[in-house]
Design a protein around this ligand. Sequence first.
Ligand code: 5AD
Ligand code: FES
Length: 359
Amino acid sequence: MNGDAARLIERLDGGERLTAEEFRRLLEGSDEESDALLRDKAVARRKAVYGNAVFMRGLIEISSYCKNDCLYCGIRRSNRNADRYRLSEEQILACADEGYALGFRTFVLQGGEDAYFTDERLVPLLLELKRRHPDCAVTLSLGERGKESFQRLFDAGADRYLLRHETATKYHYETLHPPEMSFERRMACLRDLRAIGYAVGAGFMVGSPGQTEEHLANDLFFIQDFQPEMCGIGPFIPHRDTVFAHEPPGSAALTCRLLSVIRLIKPNILLPATTALGTVHPQGRELGIISGANVVMPNLSPVGVRKQYALYDNKICTGEESAQCKDCLNARMRAVGYEIVIDRGDPAALPQLNSPPAS
Ligand code: 5AD
Ligand code: FES
């Protein structure tokens, strides 16, 4: 076993903070035994906080129009081959009603940065969603907006906001995004969301083009520093109509190791086993859960539009077989000893966890 990595894992598990350099050594020191230690520690922490419960979020992909041009993303504005759609208010509410009947208590409205979805359109939608389902949490994942807009959506009932930081290294951010997008603005949005009172989700892709262990160490350090309530990580997967069409996908194994590290950084974090992880490996979501993740995000979008919300190639859950992702995921979770629960799935209070390891 790599002794340095093992010591760093023990320190993290004991509640200590690591430097970016130490995170880098932890990643670099990966071998079979230290990976097993890392996973065991992460699962023990996860079980102490959340038992074997898996929270589910009903993902409603409301629009594939996007004004941005992120180099990695299949719905970037310059992709002329993308077949665009947006859901009507009635369609979105119908997805949520259907989800509620299936046991969903969190809805995630996700979409590209679509100018159609102004505050004037979103506020009445949120009010109606909350009127119909007052016991549910609503998460937004609609990209960057101004602070007033974030505030208005929060006042209308939005509880949580997912905005992946994508990479915590400025020059790496700049190689993944067009010049009009700014690393500082991204980070400012995250701080605004936090100040308003949202539960905030950050996150990044694993294996994005140009990414090094140093970049990943910066991402881990950022997570430790910012302490987001949620963190979405999944492997990068190339999309045929993007600049990165021929880049290799990120690895499921590395994604799982990072999930374990993030669980140790913040034991009560809400950590999804993502669709992208399920796309690069047939048991990706199960592997994510047994590495320390505690959330799954079944797709609730109308089956007829699912193929059009293609951020990357070969996305799972887009065919006719996927009408009930919830049942599919439930079976998958049970097979590895976990149970999907009917719950909003708010961050749990932290029990007295960080007692120093017995020496
Ligand atoms: N591969 C994997 N994840 C992607 N995302 C966008 N494009 C890709 C891709 N090609 C992720 C980004 C974004 C989230 C909604 O999806 O991290 O924040
Ligand atoms: Fe969607 Fe399995 S989770 S088909």
